[in-house]
Design a protein around this ligand. Structure first.
Ligand SMILES: Cc1cc2nc3c(=O)[nH]c(=O)nc-3n(C[C@H](O)[C@H](O)[C@H](O)COP(=O)(O)OP(=O)(O)OC[C@H]3O[C@@H](n4cnc5c(N)ncnc54)[C@H](O)[C@@H]3O)c2cc1C
Ligand code: SF4
Length: 330
């Protein structure tokens, strides 16, 4: 049996100091990832610092139409904020389509960004896994990998990033605000998620004791009409096989603005920049949507069991854009 200490912090400075001072310390928010993994022996914290009482759970309007979402705001609360539902429906929809009602009531936004992969080999400490135990190999590569990634993979790791709301946040160019022993910083969300490369054990650039304090979403007027679609093996309580966050702006039948990001297919929440570039200035037609989706997925590296995701993701992009165009003259 391993001893595990618990401490409760009431302000961010104390929380950061407690974790920073303990090599095996970790923050504890809703605990829906951290506690599972500690029980499974995948993570071995010796000190959990409870941050649930920090005053970081507000969702505030920013001048100009953006939002500042506190790191400890719960998924269920954020999904119901009128400003989120009105100005950023893709965020609200991505949150509601994630996990279960009970989990969403506990799970925090900061914890959601830091959740770990759902790869079965990562969670089974008797299996090889470069992410959990660097250099030990990858059980999924030639094992069961139907749910694994086809974009951003390396020869070290092909695990899919599991978050839904991160996909919407990537599409919107959100910024992650942190505070740590070295001070405060702001990290563009696309840089917050790291590709596995040769270091799959590093999933984000946070230093030890660095606390996410907030996520800022800039004003994106076209996001008022945005959508998050999620495709999975069953309609609730399941991770995405493919998902899409999409927003589009069309003037006189021509695409003049578009945001697209994919979930369930990338080793990080995947901004579909090739598809965005291909669509800009093109007619807002199903043919253009299909061509843009083809260009994005041309860079996919599927393996035998997950090759179906290439077509699934292509179709998902087209479906999302068609959904947005429904009711609008093309
Ligand atoms: C059965 C099940 C199904 C799920 N399905 C989905 C799904 O469909 N879609 C989806 O998106 N998610 C899903 N999830 C994941 C769930 O959303 C995450 O577990 C949750 O968001 C994590 O938040 P938490 O507050 O519980 O984090 P915790 O478990 O408390 O922490 C998670 C990690 O983040 C760190 N951390 C927490 N807060 C901070 C902070 N402010 N700064 C720095 N580090 C921090 C912790 O140290 C820990 O390493 C599912 C989870 C379960 C158990
Ligand atoms: S895919 Fe990644 S997380 Fe899964 S076994 Fe391979 S290295 Fe580990």
């Amino acid at each position: 049996m391993r001893p595990l200490s618990y401490a409760r912090a009431d302000d961010p400075v104390a929380a950061i100091a407690l974790v920073a001072a303990h090599a095996e310390g970790a923050f504890l928010a809703g605990g829906t990832t951290e506690v599972d993994l500690a029980r499974q022996d995948v993570l071995r914290p010796l000190l959990l610092v409870d941050i649930n009482h920090l005053p970081l759970d507000d969702v505030e309007d920013l001048p100009g139409g953006g939002l500042r979402i506190g790191a400890l705001a719960r998924m269920s609360d954020v999904a119901r904020v009128p400003a989120v539902m009105d100005r950023f429906p893709m965020i609200s929809q991505a949150l509601v389509l994630g996990a279960s009602a009970q989990l969403r009531n506990m799970a925090s936004m900061g914890g959601n960004l830091c959740q770990r992969v759902r790869c079965g080999y990562f969670r089974d400490v008797t299996s090889p896994c470069n992410k959990r135990d660097p250099g030990s190999g990858c059980g999924a590569m030639n094992g069961f990998h139907r749910g694994h990634a086809i974009l951003g993979v390396s020869d070290q790791c092909i695990a899919t990033h599991p978050s839904d709301v991160a996909v919407a946040l990537v599409a919107l160019d959100a910024v992650v605000h942190t505070r740590g022993p070295g001070g405060e910083r702001a990290i563009g969300i696309d840089d917050f998620f790291l590709l596995p490369g040769d270091t799959p054990d590093r999933e984000h650039p946070l230093g030890h004791g660095e606390l996410i304090t907030a996520i800022e979403v800039p004003a994106v007027p076209m996001a008022r009409r945005s959508v998050y679609l999620k495709f999975r093996d069953r309609q609730s309580y399941e991770f995405a096989l493919a998902s899409v966050a999409a927003a589009i702006h069309v003037e006189e039948g021509t695409v003049t603005g578009v945001r697209l990001a994919l979930g369930g297919v990338g080793t990080k929440p995947w901004r579909a920049r090739r598809a965005e570039a291909a669509l800009f200035g093109q007619p807002a037609s199903e043919d253009s949507f299909a061509e843009a989706a083809r260009e994005e997925l041309a860079q996919a590296t599927p393996r035998p069991q997950n090759a179906f995701k290439v077509d699934l993701a292509r179709r998902a992009i087209v479906r999302a854009l068609n959904t947005l165009m429904d009711g609008e003259a093309r």
